[in-house]
Design a binder for this molecule. Structure first.
Ligand code: C2E
Ligand code: MG
Ligand code: MG
Length: 694
């Protein structure tokens, strides 16, 4: 999004609260700075239009007492230049087409909200262009009013032409400086335009029913060219032969320049010089027609810069603009001459590859990604912008250019989700997935607010003594309709969306408070293991929050807190993990490597970070009693850990032979269904008794 609408004023006509939430949230998640206003009734809508002066109107179709048709009419009446986007549930094709015909900027299905952000940005871009065009047209009207025409009068019998003073002045010449003849006139005309002028004159003189009229360039005395419009009518003898011809000459240079600029503006993006969306769609439409007629395959690529927002925010808009221009230049170099690259606004680009097969399109995508892995010079900075690409293949089955663009766009979002700097090819399952994820995210947000999350605790057992020495806090979601949901189903969404930060804080405080409560009831000392996500590490006040929770509940040795990290946290570049671990370590917090063996498994990490415990992943534990390879690996991990002076915990011990194996290998602790699953806090003391009695 460029800077001109910040914050973006959005007026959303929608009477279902959940849908309003989802739409608002979709926009917010895209990083839009918004002043969002939801209205539900006609009166409020009209007031909103008048008072907010929104940049964009979003509207549901069926509304209390009226519908989107009327909403569109009202919008046109109140704010004729404000884009109107229909955001509706199942909307018949006919209604969709009708609204577009009536001037809606776009329509989005509620279950295809992935399209919303690009549609809004596009509508804004279009509105911006129209605004500029209106301004240019007004300027032109003024220019025309000020123009005064010159006159010419040609005696065909003598060949003499009279040019009025204004005619000559327009071109900078004095009285004697233009030869009063057709030659004198023609000599001043641009050679490219002369044949056209001659032909227009001849046609009129021979048979002309219509007045003569021609636009052409003439040389100004000071150099350069003026565009003129010449009009005239012949005077004829009774036989029809022309004997005289007279007319006017108007300076239309400014109009012509404005027209050219408008044309450029109508089809090209002023910042990068690439095609704009209008031209792109034009070419795409042509490619689609050819695909239908000649089975000519083509591909559409949607491309978005991965780090544009960062550049814009940190180095400013001017640097952002320079990056976009440099990006466009490089993109052009990476494409073949026949391909069309366009900028759709913001940092969104589209590419049309004509006559390509499946393989070639992915090759092009790969070439582009490689090309963009090289840094850009913006001022004195080297910036690696990175890009994500979505690809869709055009076939004759595609109904419209819009559906193609939508697909490429959806695939691009998927590429971003999967980790950026990559390309994805569109398939139908993509729509489904993005929708389901959005619903999950919405539900999870509510779950946190409505206290639907609970923490369960799974005992950790000392293999030598058989005593419970601690427990691991494992979060659960008590879903109102789906029952108990396990973390595998919502932690990934929470991580992707950043909700994990709040969720993690809550789990931490809940677990530590629980630990305190157990201590107060006289339970033997319990170490509390808490899982931390990589995302939480980017949180500035993480160590503060942790220490605060520990202090607030006055926990001290041996009621320790142990934080479980996966290897991916450690492999991430940068020092925050090291510093955090050291800082907390000094305050008595311990650390464990979770799921050891599934990640990078680098001993160097274990040495560098002050870990206390290594948890062997369940996947190695499963086979220890039956598979000699697994047994060998597990034994090797244990001996290595001992060498590094780390405690070892075996995760997911389910059978007695597994337990016996780890006992034999002198593994310190184990955790698993053989002893107890994770249980609610109330059930934990009984679980402990049960484990220790066994
Ligand atoms: P984890 O940290 O490796 O937790 C151990 C998982 O193994 C738990 O699954 C536990 O219920 C399961 N488990 C324990 N013993 C057995 C066994 O004998 N057999 C089998 N098949 N499974 C066993 P759970 O609770 O579903 O959690 C899955 C993962 O979700 C956890 O793996 C952890 O990475 C993550 N997680 C759970 N709670 C939180 C949390 O509060 N914050 C964060 N960031 N992640 C969490
Ligand atoms: Mg864990
Ligand atoms: Mg684990």
């Amino acid at each position: 999004m460029t800077s001109s609408e910040s914050p973006l004023r959005v007026l959303h006509l929608e009477d279902t609260e959940a849908d309003s939430f989802l739409v608002r949230h979709t926009l917010e998640r895209a990083g839009m700075e918004m002043a969002y206003h939801n209205v539900q009734t006609k009166d409020d809508f009209i007031r909103g239009l008048r008072e907010d002066d929104p940049h964009v109107v979003l509207s549901d179709h069926s509304l209390p007492g009226f519908d989107s048709r009327e909403a569109l009419e009202i919008t046109h009446r109140e704010r004729p230049h404000t884009p109107f986007i229909l955001v509706s549930g199942a909307l018949g094709d006919e209604l969709a087409v009708e609204s577009l015909k009536n001037g809606a900027a776009d329509y989005i299905l509620k279950d295809r909200l992935a399209r919303l952000v690009p549609a809004v940005e596009r509508a804004l871009q279009l509105a911006r262009e129209q605004r500029e065009r209106r301004a240019a047209e007004e300027r032109y009207a003024l220019a025309v009013e000020g123009a005064a025409d010159g006159l010419w009068d040609w005696d065909l019998r003598s060949g003499r032409i009279y040019f009025s003073p204004r005619w000559r002045e327009m071109l900078g010449y004095g009285e004697e400086e233009v030869e009063p003849s057709l030659d004198g006139w023609h000599r001043l005309v641009h050679e490219e335009d002369l044949p056209r002028l001659k032909q227009a004159l001849d046609e009129h003189l021979e048979a002309g029913q219509q007045p003569f009229e021609c636009e052409y360039r003439m040389r100004h005395k000071e150099g350069g060219w003026r565009w003129v419009l010449s009009r005239g009518v012949a005077v004829r003898e009774p036989g029809g032969r022309a004997v005289r011809m007279a007319g006017s000459q108007t300076d239309i240079t400014r109009r012509k320049t404005a027209e050219e600029a408008l044309l450029r503006h109508a089809y090209y993006d002023p910042l990068t010089g690439l095609a704009n969306r209008a031209l792109f769609e034009n070419r795409l439409g042509r490619a689609l027609r050819q695909a239908r007629r000649r089975h000519a395959p083509f591909a559409v690529l949607f491309l978005d810069l991965d780090r544009f927002k960062v550049v814009n925010d940190s180095l400013g808009h001017a640097a952002g603009d320079r990056l976009l221009a440099a990006f466009a230049r490089r993109l052009e170099r990476l494409l073949r001459p026949g391909d069309t690259a366009a900028r759709f606004g913001g940092d969104e680009f589209a590419i049309l590859l004509e006559s390509v097969g499946d393989v070639q399109a992915t090759l092009v995508a790969r070439r582009i990604l490689e090309g963009f892995a090289q840094p850009f010079k913006v001022g004195r900075q080297d910036i690696v912008a990175g890009a994500s690409i979505g690809i869709t293949y055009g076939t004759q089955a595609h109904a419209s250019t819009q559906s193609l663009l939508r697909e490429a766009d959806t695939a691009m979002y998927r590429a971003k989700e999967l980790g950026r700097g990559r390309y994805e090819i569109f398939d139908e399952a993509l729509y489904e997935r993005s929708y389901r994820r959005l619903m999950m995210e919405r539900d999870l947000r509510r779950a946190i607010q409505n206290h639907e999350l609970v923490v369960y605790y799974q005992p950790l057992v000392n293999l030598e003594s058989g005593k419970v020495t601690g427990c691991e806090a494992l979060v659960r979601w008590q879903h109102p309709t789906r029952g108990l949901v396990l973390p595998a189903d919502f932690i990934p969404v929470a991580e992707e969306t950043g909700l994990i930060v709040d969720l993690g804080d809550w789990v931490l405080r809940t677990a530590v408070a629980q630990q305190r409560a157990w201590r107060d009831t006289g339970l033997p000392p319990l170490e509390m293991s808490i899982n931390l996500s990589p995302r939480q590490f980017n949180q500035k006040d993480l160590s503060h929050n942790i220490l605060q929770a520990i202090e607030e509940f006055s926990l001290d040795d041996p009621w320790r807190v142990k934080l479980e990290l996966t290897e991916s946290v450690l492999a991430a570049p940068g020092e925050p993990a090291t510093r955090l671990i050291q800082e907390l370590g000094r305050r008595g917090v311990r650390f464990a490597v979770d799921d050891f063996g599934t990640g990078y498994s680098s001993m160097a990490y274990l040495r560098r970070f002050a870990f206390r415990t290594l948890k062997i992943d369940r996947s190695f534990v499963q086979g220890v009693a039956t598979n000699p390879d697994d047994a060998a690996i597990a034994a090797a991990i244990i001996s290595m850990a001992r060498h590094l002076k780390l405690d070892v915990t075996a995760e997911g011990v389910e059978t007695e032979p597994q337990r016996d194996f780890f006992r034999r290998e002198r593994c310190d602790e184990a955790q698993g269904f053989l002893f107890s699953p994770a249980v609610p806090a109330e059930a934990f003391p009984d679980a402990v008794k049960h484990v220790e009695a066994a």
